[in-house]
Design a protein around this ligand. Structure first.
Ligand code: SF4
Length: 363
């Protein structure tokens, strides 16, 4: 019986780990670098040590799949107006109190805790692995080729925790000129980014706040590793956009928003900054949604800091969702409710009015 169950699981030996001794391994997929003993899993709940080898429990098991507009990720300077195949699994290396996908991101942890309590730990890999449905890298790429979808986003939960699944998918996708995108919390290890190499074309990284206290209390994580990843991704030349979910009373002060904008501008004024409206979710249902006035204030702060491309999201505001030429202010790309209109003034990645080059991946 147990053998049959194992046959049905999605176990795959991980590639990103080091052996420490007979008992323990260190996972090197994300910056937590969990040391994991035999029979235990890392913080994300989907990478488990079995007799000295680290396994991914959710290889080929998608828990969320959609075909979305690329603007929904959000990526505004990357193949605008196209569709993206979006895939995620269960599990996450963060524990955000406001997670919009908590039913996926936190489920691996809750299954593990429940089965440990029930003394049925032998079933963990089966329970975690069967949470999604089977979707191999080959099937993902076949769908994209069939529907002419030009990119794949690893999203919904933190992608790097299911690294081996996405890496195989990305390598296969590259053979068909399909691009790969991470929507990430910014905890990728250098090893993971090295292994992706040229097969990672764009990232949207959440910069959830600019206070370490916010990260420790609300996310069970730290600020500095996220800042390090943003710098690293920019240095590597991977197309980068950054998102901040603005939560009333937690990260919406002028000071903190100015700190975020100044940090991004100090790296590159061309990094697009998405300011996103919070909606009550998970453990933060008593906090009100972000007001329009707060988003407008954040937008002004971003522009005053020198950022060329600031966008508001999760709320309808076509003026603050549009791309303008930073030199002549001509509107180049208009967006509303995921409808994208590329204006005649934008051609071949340039403003036709003043010939300014707009950074991004346009085709
Ligand atoms: S990916 Fe998971 S197991 Fe690996 S270091 Fe991060 S949280 Fe730990």
């Amino acid at each position: 019986m147990y053998e049959e169950i194992l046959h049905e699981t999605a176990l795959q030996e991980a590639t990103l780990y080091e052996t420490l001794d007979k008992e323990a391994v260190r996972c090197t997929a994300c910056k937590l670098r969990c040391v994991i003993k035999n029979g235990q899993a890392g913080v994300c709940g989907v990478r488990e040590n079995k007799e000295g080898k680290l396994y991914l429990l959710v290889y080929g098991r998608a828990s969320a799949v959609n075909i979305d507009p690329i603007e929904k990720k959000p990526l505004f300077h990357f193949l605008p107006g196209t569709e993206v195949f979006s895939v995620g699994t269960v599990g996450c290396n963060f524990g955000c109190t406001f997670c919009q996908n908590w039913d996926l991101s936190q489920v691996a942890r809750t299954i593990r805790e429940r089965l440990m309590k029930e003394k049925r730990s032998a079933f963990i890999e089966f329970e975690v692995g069967r949470y999604g449905y089977k979707l191999s890298p080959e099937e993902i790429v076949k769908i994209c080729v069939g529907k002419q979808i030009p990119s794949i986003a690893y999203t919904y939960n933190e992608p790097v925790i299911f690294f081996e699944y996405l890496h195989d998918t990305a390598l296969l996708a590259a053979q068909y000129n399909i691009r790969n995108v991470f929507v990430s919390n910014g905890y990728e290890s250098e090893e993971a980014l090295d292994a992706m190499g040229l097969h990672l074309h764009a990232m949207n990284i959440d910069l959830k706040a600019f206070r370490d206290e916010f990260y420790t209390k609300q996310c069970k994580a730290r600020l500095q590793p996220v800042l390090d990843t943003i710098l690293d991704v920019h240095r590597r030349g991977i197309w980068l956009e950054v998102t901040t979910l603005v939560i009333p009373g937690l990260n919406d002060s002028d000071e903190e928003l100015k700190d975020i904008a100044a940090f991004l501008a100090s790296i590159d004024e061309d990094i697009p900054w998405h300011i996103s409206a919070f909606h009550p979710a998970y453990k933060m249902t008593d906090t009100p949604p972000t007001s329009r006035a707060t988003l407008e204030r954040a937008y002004d702060i971003g522009r005053s800091a020198g950022l060329h491309y600031v966008y508001v999201g999760n709320i309808r505001d076509w003026r603050r969702s549009a791309t303008y030429c930073p030199k002549c202010q001509k509107p180049l790309i208009l967006r509303e409710a995921y409808q994208t209109s590329i204006e005649p003034a934008f051609q071949d990645g340039c403003c036709t009015n003043c010939k300014t080059k707009i950074p991004g991946i346009w085709e």
